[in-house]
Design a protein around this ligand. Structure first.
Ligand SMILES: [Zn+2]
Ligand SMILES: [Zn+2]
Length: 240
């Protein structure tokens, strides 16, 4: 905090934000056009670009499905709320590294609207999430997927619980080249936390983005060894 903001904070939030606006004029995090209030993060044009999908995705071939049945037999159903198009990547990046509450609200709402459309009997599920390695979580201060999972669980009034833990601290999946690189990087990364929370359960597994599907595939492989009933991978966006 600099001297100017330090002096004006006691006079109330209004003056504080006014001063911040003079120092750092608010801009859209996606296209950088000026906006009225930085706390909205997006201009109205970028906000209107967010398109929430109404059909599940086949994890095997990546196609949106016409009905509820998938075109391939797969160990889980992919509920990919949006495609990884602007402004979604910028929102996810800002949330992942700065934990901004208003962005959390937008991203959680996207997951909730999509889940409502494509997961029948959602009250029969528990919500879980892709864990971070404890060292990575400590460095970042939070796990973005757990925060989103908890918000979705609160909305639907269903339990949120940890089902997996990371037993290997791997480099980020986004830094891996190609499907094979991502698969190798994530292999044998997870172990289960409490098998009784998995056996016979319907599980929604929350993650931020699905690129090659390697993370969700590896996570569901571990969960499947404890015989859950059904697994849905719920993500904000699928990279095409
Ligand atoms: Zn914009
Ligand atoms: Zn398919």
């Amino acid at each position: 905090m600099n001297i100017l903001t330090k002096r004006i904070v006691p006079f109330g939030n209004k003056i504080y934000y006014y001063a911040l606006d003079i120092l750092f004029p608010p801009i859209c995090v996606s296209c950088s056009v000026p906006i009225k209030d930085q706390r909205t993060y997006l201009c109205s044009d970028c906000f209107d670009k967010i398109t929430i999908q109404t059909a599940p995705t086949c994890p095997a071939c990546g196609k949106r499905q016409a009905g509820k049945e998938l075109c391939h037999r797969t160990p889980y159903t992919l509920a990919a709320s949006c495609y990884y198009h602007e402004p979604i990547p910028q929102l996810i990046q800002y949330f992942k590294y700065k934990k901004l509450e208003n962005i959390q609200t937008i991203l959680s709402a996207i997951l909730i609207v999509h889940a409502q459309k494509i997961i029948p009997h959602i009250e029969s599920y528990i919500i879980s999430y892709i864990p971070l390695h404890p060292k990575k979580e400590q460095a970042r201060g939070f796990n973005q997927s757990r925060i989103l999972a908890q918000t979705v669980a609160n909305y639907f009034q269903i339990p949120c619980m940890q089902t997996l833990q990371r037993i290997r601290n791997t480099p980020s999946q986004t830094k891996q080249k190609g499907s094979l690189g991502r698969y190798k990087n994530i292999q044998d990364c997870f172990s289960s936390v409490d098998p009784k929370n998995i056996q016979g359960k319907n599980i929604i597994l929350v993650d931020d983005v699905s690129t090659s599907g390697a993370t969700l595939r590896e996570a569901t492989k571990i969960l499947r060894t404890y015989h859950p009933h059904h697994i849905v991978g719920l993500v904000i966006a699928k990279v095409e």
